[in-house]
Design a protein around this ligand. Structure first.
Ligand SMILES: *[C@@H]1O[C@H](CO)[C@@H](O)[C@H](O)[C@H]1NC(C)=O
Length: 398
């Protein structure tokens, strides 16, 4: 009798164990949403937007942390929106490449290609984006009627975001846009478009707080990184920029009422053949905007047109700002340990606002040459201090 009981309890135990393992296996699988299961085809020809949006909806609605998975292959995607809020943390793991329609008109006129909106706790890992920019750029250059074009990947009103290992080539407009976000980490991204491709910013940030960009190769036709109004607490490290227009704060002060840019640090960056190194740029128009607490340090310039520049007299085609000066107040900008070569004689240009001179500009250990000799600098309406080795000679007191 005793033998019988222990035998049957052993069987029950096994059954329970097996049930548990089956359930665990099932649940692990259930939280991985592969776009192939939603009808995606990895042939680069079949339109997959609906499959992606469905897979996103499942991942985003999942009761547990979920992964939306894009396997190897090429996936044709039109403009898609991945909306939150989601029930849990979502990871979008991409081993494949997303390709835009060959006909740029098929992208629509939203201005976005891949758009994440109102998502919290999201990681986008890996992936390649090919926006097929060249045909669109050619349309713009030809002066014929073109659609508005699309930013390749955009995050709007998103918080706690990681973007890691993303590659983007030939964006129609900006590659990566971070707008009205908090706490975003951009890690090891490669954003590539040809020199002279119009408006292909690498990373554009605005109205956002707590942005870290670490490890980025940015080869573009416009700014490598452009920083717009309302950006606060931003750190950029290990950046390779060029070709492109450099790292730019601005253009600011186009509007009278505009949020400022504060606490931005760029450290450990190499600029190669870019139009600018580090630039702060504002319109010559009245504005309540400001720039404060900025650090540019440990930078190498290789044949850069304007390694260090503040331009507060921006007024393209002299339209909309006649005889005006910039209202943007620039203060507390440190340039430290910046070395290398300028492609023009004037390596340092401070052209600050007549009505709002730059204050608290600090220069320390600058060595910029032009054709193996010292480069020059020019200053308008600037105050601050300088220490250490300074080539070109600084116009600030030491
Ligand atoms: C400045 O920004 C960094 C992030 O880049 C942050 O760690 C730091 O706390 C900020 N400083 C202030 C005074 O807000």
């Amino acid at each position: 009798m005793a033998q019988l009981i222990s035998n049957s309890s052993r069987i029950v135990m096994w059954v329970v164990l097996c049930l548990m393992m089956w359930w665990l296996g099932l649940s692990a699988a259930a939280y991985n949403y592969n776009v192939m299961s939603y009808g995606a085809k990895a042939d680069g020809k079949t339109e997959c937007s609906r499959a992606f949006v469905k897979a996103w909806a499942s991942a985003c609605g999942s009761q547990r942390a979920a992964t939306m998975y894009v396997p190897k292959g090429r996936f044709l995607i039109k403009a898609v929106q991945f909306s939150g809020p989601c029930r849990n943390r979502v990871t979008v793991q991409m081993d494949g490449t997303l390709v835009a329609p060959s006909n740029y008109w098929d992208m629509g006129n939203s201005g976005f290609w891949i758009l994440f909106i109102k998502v919290t706790d999201l990681a986008v890992i890996g992936g390649t984006l090919d926006a097929k920019g060249p045909a669109f750029w050619a349309c713009r250059r030809s002066g014929s009627t073109c659609p508005v074009g699309a930013r390749s990947i955009t995050f709007n009103w998103a918080n706690n975001i990681v973007i890691s290992g993303l590659t983007s080539i030939n964006s129609q407009l900006s590659h990566l846009v971070i707008n009205s976000c908090n706490n975003v980490l951009v890690r090891n991204v490669n954003l590539i478009a040809p020199d002279q491709s119009p408006n292909t910013d690498g990373i554009h940030v605005q109205s956002s707080t707590g942005i870290t960009i670490t490890g980025a190769t940015l080869k573009t036709g416009d700014d490598c990184v452009s920083i717009g109004p309302g950006t606060k607490n931003m750190l950029m490290t290990n950046i390779k920029c060029g070709p492109g227009h450099g790292v730019s704060i601005g253009s600011l002060g186009k509007d009278l009422y505009e949020n400022g840019v504060q606490n931005v640090t760029l450290t450990n960056a190499v600029f190669t053949g870019s139009d600018n190194g580090v630039r702060i740029k504002s319109w010559a128009r009245p504005s309540k905007g400001y720039v404060s607490n900025i650090v540019f340090q440990n930078l190498i310039m290789n044949n850069v047109q304007n390694p260090i520049i503040i331009d507060q007299n921006y007024c393209p085609n002299n339209q909309g700002c006649p005889r005006q000066s910039s209202g943007v107040k620039i203060s507390g900008v440190t340039y430290r340990n910046i070395k290398g070569s300028s492609a023009t004689p004037e390596a340092v240009t401070f052209d600050c606002s007549r009505s709002n001179p730059c204050r608290g500009i600090r220069l320390q250990d600058i060595k910029l040459t032009f054709r193996n000799g010292p480069a020059t600098s020019s200053c308008n309406n600037i105050g601050g201090t300088s220490i250490g080795v300074l080539i070109p000679r600084s116009c600030l007191r030491s």
